[in-house]
Design a protein around this ligand. Sequence first.
Ligand SMILES: NC(=O)C1=CN([C@@H]2O[C@H](COP(=O)(O)OP(=O)(O)OC[C@H]3O[C@@H](n4cnc5c(N)ncnc54)[C@H](OP(=O)(O)O)[C@@H]3O)[C@@H](O)[C@H]2O)C=CC1
Ligand SMILES: Cc1cn([C@H]2C[C@H](O)[C@@H](COP(=O)(O)OP(=O)(O)O[C@H]3O[C@@H](C)C(=O)[C@@H](O)[C@H]3O)O2)c(=O)[nH]c1=O
Length: 287
Amino acid sequence: MRILVTGGSGQLGSEWVQYLNRQEVEFISLSSYDFDLTDHADTRRVMGNLKPDVLINCAAYTKVDQAEEEPEKAFAINGEGVANLAGYCAEHDIKLVHFSTDYVFPGTKEDGEKLPGGYPEDHPTNPINVYGESKLAGEKALKESGCSYLLCRVSWLCGRYGNNFVKTMLKLGHERDLLKVVNDQHGCPTFTKNAVDLCWKLILQEEEGTFHLSSKGKISWYDFANEIFKQADVKVHVEPVDSSEFASAAKRPAFSLLSTQKIANISGAEVIGWKEGLKNLLSELNT
Ligand SMILES: NC(=O)C1=CN([C@@H]2O[C@H](COP(=O)(O)OP(=O)(O)OC[C@H]3O[C@@H](n4cnc5c(N)ncnc54)[C@H](OP(=O)(O)O)[C@@H]3O)[C@@H](O)[C@H]2O)C=CC1
Ligand SMILES: Cc1cn([C@H]2C[C@H](O)[C@@H](COP(=O)(O)OP(=O)(O)O[C@H]3O[C@@H](C)C(=O)[C@@H](O)[C@H]3O)O2)c(=O)[nH]c1=O
């Protein structure tokens, strides 16, 4: 099996590169310096040269607030870029493994009350910000292309590479005495190492369709921040605040928990608890 990883310099793509290095598999990883997935001809040239059997697409536009200011760019990468890749994969019988987000769901408080276990994979989508809309455009393009696909949704992604909430909190916790963190947005983190491990099982078992790959539990960002500081032994006062007190360009969902029931039923798949995932990540960051 020959694998191509796109977005290989990002948070998730870098984790894939580390992971695949330890597997007996032929793979190559590309960043936006190697090719631009919004360029139709460039995409066809690169894919035609590399001829993968499986394409793992980690490339995306992920700046949630900035997307409100530059929706064209977000849609070009997250929507049309995915359509380019998926179209090529459909024509050349390449399996496309693609990643999406909890932010495709409406994330209302009412959904939080109705769905204590989180959004199942087939729940209707209805994003509330531009980033979520652009990711949904990518999901639709993937499904309409006719290619064989695995669509893996992850939420609150955190890993040793790139930028994420855990790294931001550790940095701010060392710089400040007081941090205000929102306590009215609930969900659950996904740890890159665990997501890659679960996704690899799906690839090897030739699964298709949509899967949610987050860890277990339901917390607010405030709960997450507190546990980060507790486990990292950082002394800082964390004050819970409403989203209205934390000014941002994009609206965030009040509830964006992904149900992990489907992935938990896959043979050999272990869905870890969020505190355990955090412990593993902190120990990776310390080594
Ligand atoms: N981060 C998060 O909290 C979450 C992420 N997700 C999803 O998970 C996936 C991975 O996210 P993450 O690793 O955090 O993202 P990053 O922002 O860390 O990485 C994005 C990658 O995409 C590449 N890229 C951007 N634009 C282009 C382009 N036009 N052509 C080719 N490559 C491009 C970047 O390359 P370069 O570095 O060279 O610019 C980078 O390698 C995405 O699909 C994202 O939507 C889902 C939920 C949460
Ligand atoms: C830094 C900081 C953030 N926050 C809030 C803002 C936000 O609601 C929440 C998390 O901050 P972030 O900047 O990580 O938020 P955000 O960029 O919205 O994270 C999202 O990224 C995209 C790509 C996804 O797909 C989502 O799953 C999700 O991970 O915490 C505070 O309340 N206080 C703070 O000091």
